[in-house]
Design a protein around this ligand. Structure first.
Ligand SMILES: Nc1ncnc2c1ncn2[C@@H]1O[C@H](COP(=O)(O)OP(=O)(O)OP(=O)(O)O)[C@@H](O)[C@H]1O
Ligand SMILES: [Mg+2]
Length: 372
């Protein structure tokens, strides 16, 4: 029988030796959650100890990229418990085949010599940016970007000065969800953010073409995130909301290392797998001293035309997660078609259908953020 893709990946990882332990990363139990898709996309988690050479993630990524049938590799680097935020973590995200993409702005170029041992910077205060709040989740597709966009639009509609930073460098959705797609102007040293619904926006989606593979490695992600904070002409903000990629990878670690955050909002669906992943994500923020402001449960139910309420993704997951974390449940947002349509057309539901249950729930989350 032909060897499975999983088996081939494991065999490749057996060749990646950790000099600290003398063991390969499989026997050293540093690899877990290997996930593959039928079209050859691979993702796995690599646990690194503080003392490990950060280049190990690159070696593991290269080894898997060379496996027959693998089209794309993403390594989620996890720094050992207790050291997250302090270690020089280098997450790797790369494609097997893609050459580095060209960027229209010189500030985004890969550094000539990315230092392996870059010390973790002290988070800066960025006082002009107001309260920096990240919207995060463990599992993908639960509605982080939807929640972020609607919170930003709701707060801006109340006259707050709001910025929205898309830190999802692998799948920047904010431009589409806010209905803008243009190259931001560069004024001297500064990037001028785009603006929609009264919200200032910055996204890698403005700078790279759609459908290009993500090739960013840890040090470059740190650089992009720092530049989005420092080199964008945000002006004075009351809130900077940050939309995250799913999980606890390099973007999250980069952000907590780069900036003092006012808090994290955790999004989950009621489903148990989403809740479990969200719990792990929330713990990461707690561990590095970022307060979890609360939980938003999204896709909580569907109001069917016959008047019945259908719990499509189960029920009670958001409340359970909030209880476990000891934080408030900030809102329960039902499944509602205009939420999805508004995301596709750049019209946030809080503005387009303000009296819907979904919009009201999102407005309540905005209230809670203002009170926090
Ligand atoms: N309450 C809702 N009702 C209907 N559709 C929704 C709702 N929330 C999100 N969606 C839709 O579900 C999809 C996933 O949502 P979204 O992109 O916001 O999730 P995400 O967590 O940011 O995903 P990713 O992890 O890929 O960044 C989108 O098409 C969005 O429009
Ligand atoms: Mg998203």
């Amino acid at each position: 029988m032909a060897e499975t893709l999983h088996a081939r990946i494991e065999r490749a990882l057996l060749t990646v030796t950790n000099r600290r332990t003398g063991l390969d990363v499989v026997r050293g139990e540093q690899v877990r959650d290997v996930a593959t898709t039928t079209d050859g996309r691979v993702q796995f988690t690599l646990s690194l100890d503080d003392a490990d050479d950060p280049a190990l993630s690159r070696d593991a990524q290269h080894a898997v990229a060379a496996v027959e049938g693998v089209a794309d590799v993403r390594v989620n680097v996890q720094v050992a418990a207790g050291s997250a935020g302090a270690a020089g973590s280098t997450a790797a995200a790369a494609t097997a085949s893609g050459a580095p993409r060209r960027n229209p702005l010189p500030v985004m170029q890969e550094p000539q010599s990315a230092s392996r041992a870059t010390p973790a910077p002290t988070p800066a205060a960025f006082r002009a940016l107001g309260r920096i709040i990240v919207v995060s989740s463990g599992k993908g597709g639960v509605g982080k970007s939807t929640v972020t966009v609607n919170l930003a639009a709701a707060l801006a509609a109340r006259g707050r000065h709001v910025g929205l930073m898309d830190a999802d460098i692998y799948g920047p959705d904010i431009p589409r969800m806010m209905g803008v797609q243009a190259a931001p102007a560069v004024d001297g040293e500064k990037i001028v953010p785009l603006e929609a619904h009264g919200v200032k926006l910055m996204s890698l989606g403005f700078l790279v073409e759609r459908d290009q593979p993500a090739i960013w490695r840890g040090p470059i992600i740190m650089k992009i995130i720092t530049q989005f904070l420092r080199d964008v002409r945000w002006g004075r903000l009351d809130y900077l909301l940050v939309d995250m990629p799913p999980g606890t990878g390099d973007a999250q670690l980069s952000l907590v290392q780069a900036a003092q955050l006012a808090g994290a909002v955790i999004v989950t669906t009621p489903q148990e797998v989403a809740v479990g992943d969200a719990l792990r994500g929330a713990k990461m923020f707690e561990r590095v001293g970022v307060p979890v402001l609360g939980v938003v449960e999204n896709m909580s139910w569907f109001d069917s035309p016959d008047g019945s309420r259908l719990p499509i993704f189960g029920s009670g997951g958001g409340a359970r997660l909030a209880l476990e974390l000891g934080v408030p449940l900030l809102g329960e947002v039902p499944l509602f078609q205009p939420v999805r349509e508004g995301g596709d057309t750049g019209a946030p539901v809080v503005l387009g259908h303000p009296s819907s249950a979904a919009a009201k729930a999102l407005a309540e989350v905005a209230d809670a953020i203002e009170r926090a």
